[in-house]
Design a binder for this molecule. Structure first.
Ligand code: ATP
Ligand code: MG
Length: 332
């Protein structure tokens, strides 16, 4: 079985529709065919200021949401990043393999740091793609299911894996991105030219999966659409409508062309009303399941502990190889 690895940040509580359609939905499918490792990346969350108590609660909440979407600890390895110390340990080696200029070219850093200002930008925000390199290489992942915004970081991972292998001999699997074209980038409802984002979307721009259905419906109904009235999939001319069509098609398991056909001659209002309905039908059982997992924190924590143990057995072996290759003297 080929191996996949991916992660999601435990920031801002609820996952959003972009996280689900762009990434987590694929994770659920891939656990059937792949040796799958999925994690809540709490170390990545520290790149922006977090309230400690909230971070802890959001880490459990993220795990509960992953289980509620259908991740099954019998069929995948689900864990919390900081429970596997090898991530931080390999990250240092990878930092020393990465050029400063190379890291400076990461567009996500440029976006996020410009939003927060130089004084409030941590070095961790700058180096987090390198922690991600370590995350992926530790598990010798063949594929990394993510949204389009992560493509550059996977490319960096490939470059560093090749560099390491070239310098020290075959050590790491060079991973491929696994990005589904249709849902690679779900857009902000209020600004359909930028991605829906936990950290930068306005509340009105984001469909939170744990939102009250009425709140989601309201947001969908006030989504920015385009002038004109024709319902047509045309991301260039009609980014707002196209985004709604993508979400509706994916959630109802039909093609965008079929949805387009269904709404031929109808107005934006009909599309929005139906989408709100579909989202609420999807989200209600999801929220209920999430709550069930949260209501039993002991079971949740022990699932995560088991996941961490499985993950560690793989990660420790890779870390030991990498330490050996670069010439660190084994302890004991
Ligand atoms: P932040 O804005 O703080 O980075 P985020 O919304 O990007 O938060 P993450 O936890 O960083 O959320 O991302 C988890 C996964 O969801 C990643 O694989 C990412 O590529 C994917 N993803 C995030 N936003 C979208 C989106 N709008 N469309 C498709 N995939 C997305
Ligand atoms: Mg992100």
């Amino acid at each position: 079985r080929p191996r996949v690895l991916s992660g999601i940040q435990p920031t801002s509580g609820s996952f959003h529709m972009g996280n689900y359609l762009g990434a987590v939905r694929q994770w659920v499918a891939l656990q059937e065919t792949h040796d799958a490792f999925y994690m809540v990346v709490d170390l990545h969350a520290l790149t922006l200021p977090q309230d400690p108590r909230e971070l802890r609660a959001n880490t459990r909440l993220a795990a509960a949401q992953l289980l509620a979407t259908g991740l099954d600890p019998e069929r995948c390895t689900l864990f919390v990043q900081s429970h596997v110390p090898e991530h931080a340990q390999l990250s240092w080696v990878m930092e020393c393999m990465t050029g400063f200029g190379e890291a400076s070219r990461m567009t996500q850093f440029k976006d996020k740091s410009s939003r927060h200002g130089a004084d409030r930008t941590s070095v961790g925000l700058f180096t987090y793609p390198i922690l991600q390199v370590a995350d992926i290489l530790l598990y010798q992942a063949d594929q990394v299911p993510v949204g389009e915004d992560q493509r550059q970081h996977i490319e960096l991972t490939r470059n560093i894996a090749e560099r390491f292998n070239g310098r020290y001999g075959e050590t790491f699997t060079v991973p491929e991105p696994y990005i589904l074209r249709e849902t690679a980038k779900i857009f902000d409802l209020q600004d359909p030219t930028v991605k829906m984002s936990k950290s930068s979307s306005s509340p009105k721009g984001i469909i939170d999966l744990l939102d009250d259905p009425k709140a989601s419906a309201k947001k969908i109904k006030s989504a920015v659409t385009d002038t004109g009235s024709e319902i047509r999939f045309d991301p260039e001319q009609k980014p707002g409508v196209s985004n709604l069509l993508t979400i509706l098609a994916t959630l109802t398991d039909v093609t965008v062309a079929e949805v387009e056909q269904k709404y031929a001659g109808k107005g934006y209002g009909a599309l929005k009303t139906d989408l709100a309905e579909v989202v609420s039908e999807w989200a209600a059982p999801f929220s209920a399941r999430t709550r069930e997992y949260l209501d039993d924190p002991e079971t949740l924590d022990s699932l995560l502990a088991e996941g961490a143990e499985k993950a560690r057995s793989v990660a420790a072996e890779t870390l030991a190889q990498a330490y050996d290759k670069v010439g660190l003297l084994p302890g004991k």
